[in-house]
Structure formats: C-alpha cells, structure tokens
Design a protein around this ligand. Structure first.
Ligand code: HEM
Length: 407
C-alpha cells in the first residue's frame, strides 16, 4: 500500500484564474501524470470519473467539510460561519437523515412538474421586460430567474428580488477560498437572514401572497409537528436560496454559451422542449459549477493508496464529465448522444442535490421560452470566469439578438 507521501502526483493550481478560464487542458495534463489524483493548495483533487464515482459513494467514511472552509476563510466568529456549521450539507448521520426526510417530499419530480406553469410564468415576465432590449448581459438577465422561481415556491414576495440578488452574489463568492471576500459574504448573509426572519414572522401573522400551499407552509407545519426550530427553518430557507441561485444561473449561462456555437441546436430548443432537456444534460456533463468537497472521516484505502483520516478531498464534477476514459467524444457538445456513463453534476451519495428535479424543470422550461423570444443570439464581448474552486461559472455573457414576441 502506498501513502500520499510516496506518490509522485501533479500539483493543480485550482485557484489560478488561468485554470478557471479553461480547466480542461490543466486537468488532462494532470491526468497524464497520475490517473486519478493531484495535490492542490488545500488538499487533494480527484481527477477521474471512476474515482469520483467510487469515492463519493463512501458516505460512511467521508464527512462534510464546511468546518474546514470556515477555518480557511478565518470566519469562525461570523454569522456566516455559524450557518456553515449547521446547514443541511454540513450535517451527517441521523441529523442529516431527519432533515432530508422532512424536506425531501417537497422536492420530488412530481412537485417539480407541478411548479412548471409557475416557472413558465416567471420566465415570460422576465422576457417581457428584457427581450425588447435586443442586447444584454445574458448572465445578469438569467440571474433573476432562479431567485424568482424559488421565491415563488417558498411563497416570498417578488419585490425584494433585487436586494436578494446582490446578497446571493456575495454569498456565491464564499467557497472561492479567498479571505478578502469575507466582509461582503458576511454582509450578504445578514441581509438574507433578516429577510427570511421577516418572511416567517409575516406568515405567522397571517400575511401570504397566494392561496395555494407553498414551501413555507410545509416548513412551518414541520416546526409544529416535527420539532424543527425557528433557527433551523431560517437556515434551511437561506440554504435553498443559496443552493439554487449560483448553480442554476451559472448552468444556464453555460447552456447559452454552448448554444451560441451551435445555432441549429438553439433554434431547435424553441420548437422542442424535450430537446432542451438533452441540451441541459450535455451541458451539465461538459461544464458545471460543482466542486464537491469532503474530509476523510475514517482511513480509506483506494486503489492501493491510503487516504488518511483528515485528508481534504475535492471532486470537481466537470472533470468527471470530461474524462475520456468514461465518455466517448468527451470534449464535444452532442446533445441527445446515448452515453454509457452518467455525469455527476448533482453529486452522488447521501447529499445528492435535493433540488435537481426543480433545477432540471426550470432550466428546460426557461430555455424553451428564451429560444422563442431571443432569436439568433450573437456573442458581442469578452466572457470572464468565476473561480474554479466553489461555484464555477462564467462572469458576463454579452449578447445581441433579434427580439421576438411571445409565441
Ligand atoms: C443546475 C443547478 C444545480 C446544480 C448543478 C446543483 C448541484 C448540487 C450538488 C453537486 C450538490 C451536492 C453537494 C455535495 O455533495 O457536497 C447539491 C446539493 C444540494 N442542492 Fe443542488 N444544485 C442545483 C440546483 C439546486 C436547486 C434549484 C436547489 C433548491 C431549490 C438545490 C438544493 C440543494 C440542496 C438542499 C442540497 C443539499 C442536499 C443534502 O445535503 O442532502 N440545488 N446540489
């Protein structure tokens, strides 16, 4: 058996803007030196689809790592730090099971489908406002969509979306492992905290935006029947906003970036909603925001290598989708192509994305309508990138297009 010190493995500069701009050549080069493992600034990076698939399934030996993130960010005394210790993604064992059991039924495929009309209504409203412009930053435009969908599902007023967007952008910086962002992150967290506390207080006082039962009704019922505390409800609400915002927005921006190079596929998205789903899955395989992080809780021996307790492991899901050992034509965008492996953009194991059906439904519905109203989009300016650590994505996607009226 080999120890990590015995191994001659590459060093991957995950924090380098050059890697964020185009990680694939760096990942391929690293894989030439070792098939599945590299070192990085804060621990080790798992490089192959198979190793990510195998290791992420070992829930019993892996632990959530947000305590390490808080320490790296020097944020132990902040409210954001407290939140990181206690949210659903940092829970394990029975505590996690209890939460997942309470909230899981609110995020099934049926529930996601039930919300499709609402998703279409939100996207149509956005397009009514933005499509006549004929040119805009697609990233900014699309950022309002996941916030308005999750706000509507929760039963929160849409009047606050501008304020929430600024805070969610700040919170998205948090996992980039850069301490300079901490003041902004903490400010963003306090805005969200204030918002959800007020939301709960107003609902208890009888104020509500609609007549249908929404997520907040279900969560408040859980405080009465299942002993969820108010603090747990506030943290869960904040987590839902955070988990669904950057991820969905960045994926939609990646989708549009891919389709700018494939105009025939884009035109088909306007006619064929099911094809939008295939475009989404292919984009998720090629480019997705998620780098999953775990601490080894009990020694693991994998492929004769000892990963000792305490090792911090990073699993970039984009890497797994681009692994030529797992996918034929790994670097090509081929929506609808039958593939023998599945992408890991929503994770694997007990923390697999709770919102994946909502995410899929909203992106499919959103893309279908976008392609109808934003015709012949063209890239008209430079595109930046978010840090590869944390929630990766594009920073700005300036486009021009031919506006079309609603179908
Ligand atoms: C395309 C968009 C999305 C992507 C790529 C994505 C990705 C992920 C990934 C990779 C995880 C697992 C993280 C880990 O294991 O450390 C996760 C967890 C989670 N996601 Fe998503 N997500 C998306 C959208 C959403 C949405 C829209 C919601 C809610 C409305 C959501 C709610 C959650 C929750 C609650 C968890 C934690 C589950 C648990 O700990 O049991 N996600 N997501």
């Amino acid at each position: 058996m080999q120890t990590l010190d015995d191994l001659d493995i590459p060093y991957l500069r995950m924090e380098d803007p050059e890697v964020a701009a185009d990680p694939v050549p760096h990942l391929n080069a690293a894989r030439q030196l070792h098939p599945w493992l590299a070192r990085c600034a804060f621990g080790h990076v798992v490089l192959s689809h198979e190793a990510i698939w195998d290791l992420l399934r070992m829930d019993g030996k892996l632990e959530p790592s947000f305590d390490d993130v808080v320490e790296l960010m020097g944020a132990a005394d902040t409210e954001w730090g407290r939140f990181q210790h206690s949210h659903i993604l940092n829970l394990s064992g029975e505590a996690h099971k209890r939460f997942r059991g309470l909230v899981g039924p609110m995020f099934t495929t049926d529930e996601a489908d039930r919300n499709r009309p609402l998703m279409r209504e939100r996207m149509n409203r956005l397009l009514d406002e933005w499509a006549p412009k004929g040119a805009f930053d697609f990233e900014e435009f699309v950022s309002y969509f996941p916030i308005s969908v999750i706000s509507s599902m929760i039963g929160a007023p849409l009047t606050e979306i501008g304020r929430l967007r600024g805070s969610l952008e700040a919170l998205g910086l948090a996992l980039g492992m850069n301490r300079d962002f901490m003041p902004e992150v903490e400010k963003g967290f306090l805005v969200m905290d204030d918002f959800v506390q007020q939301l709960v207080a107003e609902r208890r006082a009888g104020e509500r935006p609609g007549t249908e039962q929404d997520l907040l009704d279900l969560l408040l019922a859980a405080t009465r029947d299942d002993g969820l505390t108010d603090r747990e409800i506030y943290d869960l609400l904040i987590f839902l906003f955070v988990a669904g915002y950057d991820t969905s927005k960045n994926v939609m921006t990646f989708v549009m970036r891919a389709l700018l190079d494939h105009p025939d596929d884009y035109a088909r998205c306007a006619r064929d909603r099911d094809f939008c789903g295939e475009v989404l899955e292919e984009t998720l395989r090629l480019n997705n925001p998620s780098t999953i992080t775990r601490r080894v809780g009990r020694d693991i021996v994998y492929r004769d290598v000892l990963l000792p307790e305490g090792t911090l492991l990073f699993f970039p899901a984009t890497v797994s989708g681009r692994d030529p050992g797992a996918f034929e034509h790994a670097d090509e965008f081929r929506p609808g192509l039958e593939r023998s492996n599945r992408h890991l953009a929503f994770g694997r194991g007990m923390h697999i994305c709770l919102g994946q059906f909502v995410a899929r439904a909203q992106i499919e519905e959103g893309l279908h309508l976008i392609a109808q109203r934003i015709r012949n989009p063209r890239l008209v300016g430079p595109v930046g990138h978010r840090p590869f650590f944390g929630v990766w994505g594009l920073r700005g996607l300036p486009i021009e297009f031919d506006p079309a009226p609603p179908a």
